[in-house]
Design a protein around this ligand. Sequence first.
Ligand code: ATP
Ligand code: MG
Length: 413
Amino acid sequence: MSEIEIISIGSELLTGKTINTNAAFISQKLRQIGLSVVRHTALSDNAEILKKELQIALHRSEIVITTGGLGPTFDDISKRVANSLFQSSLILNDKYYRDLQKRYKKFSRDLKEQATVPSNAVVFVNPIGTAPGLALPKEHPRLLMLPGVPKEMEALLEQSILPFLKKRFRKEEKCFEKELHFCLLWENDLHPILKKFRSPKIDIGIYPEYATVTVVLRTQAKIKQIAEAAFAPLVRKLKAHFQAYLYESKNGRLEEAICEQLTKAKQTLVLAESCTGGAISARLTSISGSSKYFFGSFVTYSDRLKHSILHVSKETLKKHGAVSKETVQEMLEGAFHLTGADYGIAVSGIAGPTGGTVKKPVGTIWFAIGKRKEKPDIGLIPLMGIQKRDVIIQYASTYALGLLFSRWINTIY
Ligand code: ATP
Ligand code: MG
């Protein structure tokens, strides 16, 4: 197994000042070339700790990639630590120095320091900064060091490190993945089936989000077809049980699947939103091409607009209130009547934290979803105790889209 780990160096990562995006970026890029990362570590700018952790990491993993601490300031310790770890000596790399001088004629400060590298290191040119990437030891590199500035790290990774790793791990088997996205399901719904398919050959990850869950299957195989064959029994079983909830999307976004289904079927959609305040519309329109099927949303937050635009009757609003099944039904009817769209969603509820009553507590959200001229589904979105306003809005939006997808449009095309 090609064990690869990442050590991110910088005290700012541990205080929470900087989010460790470098580790995520490197992992994603390595995954794309079939290599998996087994460990992320973040460390402060402390030479002693770094040395100890590098020793441990190099002992247990074949490749260790570090980011940060390669600059010329006193808190940049990575180069010196690596130098001492590999009993190398710091020497001025003339070629790199001349190259830096050419590129940074006016800013000669620190260039000598930046071009001073461990004698036992391969030097990778940083195309947009001064700190070079380093790989030690020269004859068979295992420690790959990149600068901390994300843009510089990314450029060096793409230009030098990925080609190096591809060559190094030109191996028979690669890591293949399959992602399955489900709306309206919880981990617990999938767990009993996934449990039965656990095996040393297939690694199964379950990643829940609000009202959706993604299952990722991973395996090592020579070619894609072999990996697909290994996944097939589990995929078949999941499809048999949960076909209605399963959606296809490159990045796991339900709105992408909805866009694809409705566009292919040449059908249209309209929304009538109250408590979500346009959040569902924003989700749908974040996908390029949504104008092909999406008419738009009536964001009728007040009773006044519910009545004057969507023609929800004054009597309904008075007798049942804006948060009621009668109101969402009339909102949906109004939106259909005004636009002639094929499908529609209406949502009205109490997103909190204020506005709740004993009869209608925070989180009471009614939906009406359906097809024009057909009886819609009307019900309450089960919020399972969620109390925060932004989470309620996000959850309710996803849930409503999930209902539209699974009950109405999953199989229209
Ligand atoms: P420089 O030559 O700029 O000093 P360096 O290799 O020494 O490069 P650092 O000083 O460790 O890099 O970090 C430079 C900046 O890059 C930090 O201020 C921080 O904003 C950002 N950075 C460092 N590490 C990470 C990381 N793991 N994820 C995201 N950003 C990071
Ligand atoms: Mg620095």
